[in-house]
Design a binder for this molecule. Structure first.
Ligand SMILES: *Cc1c(COP(=O)(O)O)cnc(C)c1O
Length: 397
């Protein structure tokens, strides 16, 4: 009998009871806006910012409306102007070039390697082309962060990290999001903590943090922010920094705080599932697994593999056959953007030279989500199905 998988690739776990309780308390108070506090009350948002900064080992955190907003805010906070060029990964998700375009700047794409990280040789070659890099740790893969920072420091490039998939991850023990001048995180439903929508911007630089507080909308209430730099950091910028409202509210923060406290445990659970599936895919003919470097500590909330050198028709066939058996593979190389996958040439607002070396890799990337609602047995089943269908198409081709 053909084995069919019936689980849902988009079903996350419920919000912890403590989060639901805290959310009800906020709702009952009516004080959802972060600056709407009772005497001596520290808003849920400010408490979350303090806790998230401490969790990362960063000085400041500003909680905002989304991960995409955090990136746009980061670009504005370091002074990126319309017309500027900004380096970024060719393998990323649409909100990244979108954030660059939103401030009127243009992305210059940097290639991807077979380990699904930014191509540091290509970065070095393009380093003189821009003063800013939005580094997307796409699908949770961290590059050699020491070498990346050497390249960027030598070229005077400011690094903004897109940590949408690396909350809880680190390189050589240093948290993702603390290597560059700024780190941006998302708390959208499909990331590592879930408030529906939401995001964080983190930095050690008090001027950048002050600008982010002003940008995200403080109505000159920054001295009541609760987790902002000292008021003197605002003296020079408060008249010149526009209000581009995008704050987080207390309801979301209340939901997130217990999840942040659980993140390390959750990361282990994700990695147990990741290893289980990865093991099931070992030695599948035609399939290239992604080896994870020893320096990288990751959160395996999704798994990627490559069908390198395969034709489009054969890859489509694998996707179709797996789908027929209940296994949702996302193909990043498809010519048309589908769901959350899209390729750099589908972002037609951002012109790019063709990138044949990256194209070959992008064409072969397949992606699978691993929500924590999957059991180990689910991972085994998914592994068997992928293995069988990749094997069948590979042999036929
Ligand atoms: C989800 C995501 C973002 C942005 O997150 P939103 O909160 O949805 O704006 C940024 N980068 C990557 C790689 C993402 O997957």
């Amino acid at each position: 009998m053909t084995e069919i998988f019936s689980g849902s690739f988009t079903q996350q776990e419920p919000i912890p009871e403590a989060g639901i309780e805290a959310a009800l308390t906020v709702l009952r108070s009516g004080r959802l806006h972060r600056y709407n506090t009772a005497l001596d009350e520290v808003a849920e948002v400010a408490q979350l910012e303090t806790e998230f900064a401490a969790f990362l080992g960063a000085r400041f955190c500003v909680a905002v409306a989304s991960g995409g907003y955090a990136m746009g805010c980061a670009l504005r906070a370091i002074g990126v102007q319309p017309g500027d060029d900004v380096l970024t990964n060719v393998f990323t998700l649409a909100p990244v070039p979108g954030a660059i375009a939103a401030v009127g700047a243009q992305p210059i794409f940097v290639g991807v390697t077979e380990t699904l990280t930014i191509d540091l040789d290509d970065l070095e070659a393009k380093a003189s082309k821009a003063k800013v890099l939005v580094l997307s740790h796409m699908r949770g893969h961290l590059c050699d962060m020491e070498r990346l920072m050497q390249i960027c420091d030598a070229a005077g490039i400011t690094v903004i990290e897109d940590c949408a998939h690396t909350m809880g991850a680190s390189w050589r023990g240093k948290a993702s999001g603390t290597w560059g001048a700024l780190g941006c995180f998302s708390t959208q439903t499909y990331k590592h903590i879930n408030s529906g929508e939401g995001g964080f911007l983190v930095t050690d630089d008090p001027q950048i943090a002050a600008r982010a507080v002003m940008l995200s909308g403080s109505y000159m209430l920054f001295d009541r922010h609760g987790a902002a730099p000292d008021p003197e950091q605002f003296a020079d910028i408060k008249y010149t920094t526009p209000n581009v409202s995008g704050r987080m509210d207390n309801l979301r923060a209340a939901i997130l705080r217990p999840q942040l406290a659980d993140l390390e445990t959750q990361a282990k659970r994700w990695n147990d599932r990741y290893r289980r599936l990865d093991l099931a895919l070992r030695d599948t003919p035609g399939l290239t697994r992604i080896e994870r470097p020893a320096e990288e500590s990751f959160v395996g909330s999704s798994l990627q593999f490559l069908l390198l050198g395969w034709g489009d028709a054969a890859i489509s066939e694998v996707v179709k056959r797996c789908a027929a058996r209940g296994v949702e593979l996302k193909w990043f190389g498809g010519a048309e953007p589908v769901g959350f996958t899209s390729r750099y040439d589908s972002w037609r607002y951002a012109e790019s030279d063709s990138m044949p070396v990256s194209d070959r890799i992008l064409r072969g990337i397949l992606d699978i989500r691993l929500p924590l609602t999957f059991s180990f047995e689910d991972c085994d089943t998914i592994g068997r199905i992928i293995r069988a269908e990749v094997g069948a198409v590979f042999q036929a081709g």
